[in-house]
Design a protein around this ligand. Sequence first.
Ligand code: ATP
Ligand code: MG
Length: 326
Amino acid sequence: MKKRVFSGIQPSGILHIGNYLGAIRNWVSLIGDHDCIFCIVDMHAITVPYEPREMQARIFDTAVGYISCGVDPEKCTIFVQSDVPEHTELTWYFNTVIPMAYLERMTQFKDKAEQFHENINMGLLDYPVLQAADILIYKAELVPVGEDQAQHLELARDIARKFNNLYGRTFPEPTTHLGAGARILGLDGQAKMSKTMNNYIAITETPEQIWKKLSVAVTDPSRKRRTDRGNPEVCNIYSLHKLFSNEEQCSSVGEGCRTAGIGCIECKKILSEALASELAPIRERFEQLTNNRAEIYRTLDEGAKRCRKIAQATIREVKEKMGLLR
Ligand code: ATP
Ligand code: MG
């Protein structure tokens, strides 16, 4: 039996290189040796203000984005969260085992409550419980995510443990799987790169768009003039070099920065090219697949069908253990 993997991304905007490095690139490496389920978590995305008329297009683009980045629908399951309403049912059961104080401690809740202070809704607080239900309803053992989700995964393990203690062994405690690009910073070099903050490079950007964004991105703040020596270890551009450029380029820009041999613009140009060449095939596939609506929807329908079956079996088991099955 292959180990089951679960992960998801919110259709809260266009996928960016943080999503790609933190999540999707690792998903792709797990396909084949694992039973992978990848979700478009639309019920999470409605916890912040959004435009209902745009939601279906965002869901579609997220599905196209997954496949363009190499998530092969022939080898894994892709589906939309709201197509499997059992996730929300399990969330309610989990709500009764997890103390509220655990949720109030969550960093993402605090950050989003600040970012969207006019709409601090119950869903924003309950977000990690729905996430635990997403994972545990499939009894997934491995969850490839970015570092920002590690705290939520800790909570998912708490929930599994508490449920198992109260009602008998039902759920595995899922392991967090972090890759090399687990925490990509935005173009300001400070905040996490996020779909809902205008600080990202999207996976579908053209070489010109990539350069436009990189040319104004923040580097080592202490390097003010071209002749100043820089410290690559505190430069966000250098950390992106490590993920997109080859070893030779990394050591040469690193050395050039430390000795003031090259300027930030030159260093950014090299990164811009490396980034553009990695993203070019993704952008091309994205454009092709966008015209293939029927195929994408068939993938999502088949995915939901498979997931509903598994989810319904788990719900039945949970209800039985909780004394809710007639
Ligand atoms: P939003 O701004 O709406 O929260 P987001 O960009 O944070 O969007 P999510 O849908 O919340 O994206 O997260 C999807 C996945 O991408 C998660 O596994 C998350 O850990 C990962 N991820 C998001 N941002 C980054 C980042 N900057 N670096 C690495 N991984 C990231
Ligand atoms: Mg996020």
